[in-house]
Each structure stands twice: as structure tokens, then as C-alpha cells.
Design a protein around this ligand. Sequence first.
Ligand code: ADP
Length: 395
Amino acid sequence: MTAVIVTLNAGSSSIKFATFSIYGDALNPEPEFKGQIAGIDGDPFMEITVGKDQSRKEQLCKEIVGDHGIALDYLLNTIDERLGTYQLSGVGHRVVHGGAKFSAPQILTNETITQLEKFIPLAPGHQPHNLNGVKAAQKRWPEARQVACFDTAFHRTQEKAAEQFALPYMMTEEGIIRYGFHGLSYEYIASVAPEIMGDAPHQRMIVAHLGAGASMCALMDGKSVATTMGFTALDGLPMGTRCGDIDPGVLLYLLQEKGMSASELADCLYEKSGLLGMSGISSDMRILQESDDPRAIGAIDYFVHRTVREIGSLAAALGGVDALVFTAGIGENSSFIRKQILTGCRWLGFEVDDHANATNVGCITLNDNGPSGWVIRTNEELVIAQHTFHIDEPV
Ligand code: ADP
């Protein structure tokens, strides 16, 4: 009987899964099947891909899959049916926040789950959904090993100066530091970059994970030395609906002078800002790119401007840059945004290759003597499956 690992990424509007087979002592990196339920808060649909086949989409009834708990049950039923005679060896979960305590994946026990619940205020849009996924999988498959893989863990290699805020030291000691996120994506890119880049220098690498959530990371020899996100996933680049970098004085003003409540402010910063808030049209870069509304154009200009500025900052943290990688929804698919960012970074030596850039894959720059730019598709599921598979091995 073939053993498999299931990965689960239970997010706010989608729940993604993949199954990876184990052959002897190796994990097949190509999933047997994968899929998601997306649009949970709006028009839910299920998407399943078997092997390399075309994905199959099925609209789901809002009344049936209208909330997270039911959507989770529905998805786990589907996985169960598909598992058939496979033997489930472990379930790997994406958990956004591991705090200062967890710098590596963990086997989930009731005690670990209780500790992870304490980080809910630090990632209110993600952590509760992630942990609901854990509990539902535990209940469904009590015999299988459940493993948490954290988005924060990859950044625990950073020096104190990169990790701290200039706040009273008691607050730092209490854990108010820059944790950083998207670590599973950075870990994947770091693992494949040497082979993809071959002889092209990549010791000092910047990875731009530009999706609905967006951040960047400076990697020295594959290890995180600085990143744009901080204590929560609000900081750094502007995102689909999140504000990114903001003067904390603005927050005081909104609270003290405008009479906003803390929950109104949270809703504004997490759900109503970013591309959506600036454009007043959409959080989706595809829609903004097609619009000639001045606010949509302004939102894109701001996104590019902040990304270019942060690349300068991360290049400074690395003492220069050898390679820049674009990944996630916008990074992998928008040649338009990549070109603008690379043009803004010409001073660092990047020269965009329009023809290569249009292909959305591989090296997209020309200058043999300067740093190189790349598009690499991220694969967080594979990183989660590998950690779940190898968790018992000594490090
Ligand atoms: P998440 O952070 O939810 O994992 P993704 O990495 O899947 O997000 O990115 C989703 C976002 O990518 C969409 O909201 C959209 O803005 C953007 N996107 C996807 N395809 C394109 C495209 N062809 N052009 C521009 N933006 C795109």
C-alpha cells in the first residue's frame, strides 16, 4: 500500500491541499492530486488537479459551503474519498505564526496547539483558520502524524539588529519583534535557486513574494538576513487589502483624533487598505492593470515605488545584490509589474530582457556583468510535505 502525506493550507478565503506519495525512503515531489476550495466568503468553488491533468473546477453551493467549518469538512471528505487505498502517513499544516519559540516545524500536540493559539492576535486573519484546519484534520485522521510548518521560522536566522524594533527593551524581551512571514516560500526558492541559476551568482539574493499578501526577503547563502514584514503580516509592501509600511503616528491620529475604535482600525488596515483601498476598485492586480482609472494607476505606481525602495533597503542589508527572484501570483504572472520594478532598479545594474520577461519563467534580465532577475514558481506545499516526511530525522 502506498503511503502519502497530505498538506493543508487553511486560509481566510481558501483551503488548499495536496497529496504526495512516499516511495521507499523518498517523497515524490509531484503531487498525486491537489486542489482547493476558494471563494469561501463569496462564490465558493472547488478545484481539483490529478497528476499533470488539467484542473477541474466545480461551483459549490453557497448555502452548503458558506462557512469555513463546513468548507473544511467538505474538503476533508473529498480528500478521504480520493485517498482510497493509500495509507495516510502524515498531515502537514501551514501555520502562519510560530512566534519566537518555534524556529523549526513541530509535531502537533494539544500543548503545542494551545501555545499556537496565543499567536492569534498577531495573525488574526490567518492563525485561527490554520488552527481550525489542524483540529479538523486531527479529528478526521487521529492516527496520522500532524505537523505544523511556520511562515515565521525561516527568519529566525536573522541578527538581533534586523529583528528588533526601537522600543523599550522590556517589550522586545516580551516578544515584540519583527518575525517576518512567507518563510515557506523563501525556503522553497532558496532550495531550488542554486540548480536553476547554475553559474549565475546568487550568494546575495532578494526574493520578492508578490501575491495577495506580499513581502520580500534578503538571503545571504540561502539564509534570511532581513525581510519587509514585521511583527504581523501588515508591515512592508502594500498588499491586496493590507496597508504595508505606515507611519505609526497615523494610527495614533486615527485612534485619538478621529475616534476610530481598535477593531475599526484593524479592519481598515487589514481589509480595506492596500490596492483595494487606494484604487477603490479591486484588490486584484489583474483588474487594476486593465483599468485606466487614475486611482488604479496610482495604486500600481505606489506598489512599484515601495517595492523598488525596499529592494534598495534589502540590497543594503546584503552589501549588494547578485540575484532578484520574483514569485507568487503577481511576481510569477505580471510581466508588466516586473518590468516596472526592474526598471526602477536599473541603478543596481538590472536590465530587463523584454522577450524573456514575457515568458514568465527563468532568467528575465540581459546584463551578464550585473545582477540577474528571475521568475521562479513557488511551491510551499512541497516544503510542508518534505518537513512532514523528515520530521523525525535528527538535524
Ligand atoms: P496568496 O497570497 O493568496 O497566496 P497568490 O500568490 O495566489 O496569493 O496571488 C494572488 C494575486 O496575484 C491576485 O490577487 C492577483 O492580484 C495576482 N495575479 C495573479 N495573476 C496575475 C496576472 N496575470 N497579472 C497580475 N496579477 C496577477
